[in-house]
Design a protein around this ligand. Sequence first.
Ligand code: ADP
Ligand code: MG
Length: 320
Amino acid sequence: MIEVCHLCKSFGELRAVEDVSFRAGAGESFALLGPNGSGKSTTLKCLVGLMRPTSGQLLINLPEGRKEIGEARELLSYLPQRVVFQENLTVQEILEFYRRLRKLPAGRIEQVLERFSLNFNGLADRPIRELSGGMTQRLGIAVALLPGAPVLILDEPTTSLDPEGTIQFRQFINSLKKEGKTIIFSTHVLSDVEAMADQVAVLVGGRLVAAESVATLREEFMNSSRICLVLLNPEERFIRVALDAGARDARLADRRLIVLAAPQERLPILRALEATGAMIERFSTEEPSLEEIYLRYINEKNPPTSVGGNGGMRRPSGTS
Ligand code: ADP
Ligand code: MG
């Protein structure tokens, strides 16, 4: 439904977003994952028209055909990274203001608050300045949901939500997806991606380093998951055996032989080790967490400048 094609945005010399392309379909939740300064907010601001791209195209697919997003902005709802409301207005007044602005029917506020169990715990009549960060964020979310737009663009929606708010928010996202909405959100939190996204684009330094399904991303890295074998007879020669049997890397740490191997290589490695006399007391497989995956992407794009080797197991280049 939404297509970002070769988006670039520069601020003077700074290339904040460089050649970013992705698409997000209806009923799909798309995450832009990246550290601070990687260009997430800039990408989203270009999408909603708060910034003009330096180059690239932003398209939306509608029943009547493909259009520039600028011609269909009313179909987008946006939650900025930093939600700011007029301090002296009350929660109710803010909601009322946005309801009128969007020309929505009178019952819409109650409908949205109820539908998404957005409870302001008796704070509806309190001015904004008395709200906590989490409550202000909740209000921002309510405002974004008010128009019932088919496309939601949410910039770091879970920052400053309390744990309960985060759980609730994840539930909304899932129910919005069921309604067929397109959700594009940014985050630097991997658990958000795992809990809410179908697709993920990893942005580092304004460039897309990966864009795939969350399942594929994990699977790709599963290929470099580790097996940890505890040996009764730890001997250096088993490193060679593991490597010859297909391991990408192997090292010995006390009684533990740590082997990096793709899933289909694991059994042959275990067999080869046993056949050459390794006495395996127990073994476990360690799958990389998304955290690790994400850090690896960052390291790949910004390799450590210090001399002296990379010291760790790296994803082999040349995949995907
Ligand atoms: P993120 O949301 O991933 O943290 P941003 O999109 O906010 O990243 O910023 C990307 C880069 O662009 C950063 O280096 C930031 O300092 C810079 N930047 C963002 N907005 C502006 C602006 N209005 N003027 C100049 N530089 C900006
Ligand atoms: Mg940002």
